[in-house]
Design a protein around this ligand. Structure first.
Ligand code: SAH
Ligand code: DHB
Ligand code: MG
Length: 217
């Protein structure tokens, strides 16, 4: 019997196993590859979701039949393309990005993927933009992947504007391994977890940096 440590963590999977399973289940078409690789030039940080995480996001949105979704933190549009694929014809994604340079690359990647008509890339502070989206509420899904200090507030916004049964997903829920520290960011991320558990049926999936998944009660 495996010891507790190996049962509790993602320790059976080595790099080769992860690469094999990503290839089988989560491989990229040309559009996803383009978006994924647009962080290779060095102008944009390579902090997009991993391949399997992006596929998980897509599958979760599909499972609930999501039509209207909000993403906080666009970067180069990789996860936005995963979301857009899940939403299908007639669906709509609003994705929020602070930096104009990221948004510009994302728009090009999203257009190249054929989703310009169903994705709005909105530039600015998420805190300022989210209230402008409320006229489109209730949403089916909210994916949070921007500044980690903001997660608790974004999560509270999601709890107010998701439909019952709507999905909230938060990347980096382990806060790069610093979740239990005594810092403002760690306290905010713990508040995100605790408030999510109060308003959602939730779980923290042990991806490399944790992915919080909740269904609104
Ligand atoms: N979801 C993307 C990765 C997002 S990386 C993917 O997987 O493909 C985080 C992004 O959030 C960065 O582009 C960063 O510029 C943006 N960001 C950081 N703070 C923000 C804020 N306050 N409002 C909106 N976007 C923000
Ligand atoms: C960072 C942000 C992310 O969303 C992520 O998944 C990894 C790293 C960062 O800001 O460094
Ligand atoms: Mg992230």
């Amino acid at each position: 019997m495996a010891d507790r440590e190996s049962r509790a963590g993602a320790r059976y999977a080595d790099q080769a196993i992860l690469e094999y399973t990503e290839k089988v289940h989560a491989s990229h078409d040309e559009a996803l590859d383009r978006a994924f690789r647009s962080t290779e030039s060095g102008d944009i940080p390579a902090i997009q979701l991993g391949q399997g995480e992006g596929r998980l996001l897509e599958i979760l949105l599909r499972m609930i039949g999501a039509r209207r979704a909000v993403e906080v933190g666009t970067l180069a549009g990789y996860s936005a393309i995963r979301c857009a694929r899940a939403l299908g014809e007639g669906g709509r994604l609003w994705t929020l990005e602070l930096l104009p340079a990221h948004a510009e690359v994302a728009r090009a990647n999203i257009a190249a993927a054929g989703f310009a008509d169903r994705v709005d890339v909105l530039v600015g502070e998420a805190r300022a933009i989210l209230p402008t989206l409320e006229r489109h509420a209730p949403f089916d899904a909210v994916f949070i992947d921007a500044d980690k200090e903001g997660y608790a507030d974004y999560g509270a916004w999601a709890a107010r504007h998701l439909r019952r049964g709507g999905l909230m997903i938060g990347d980096n829920a382990f806060l790069f391994g610093n979740l239990l520290d005594d810092t403002p960011a760690a306290r905010a991320m713990r508040r995100f977890h605790e408030e999510a558990a109060a308003a959602f049926d939730s779980v923290c999936v042990p991806t490399p940096d944790g992915m919080l998944v909740g269904i609104k009660r």
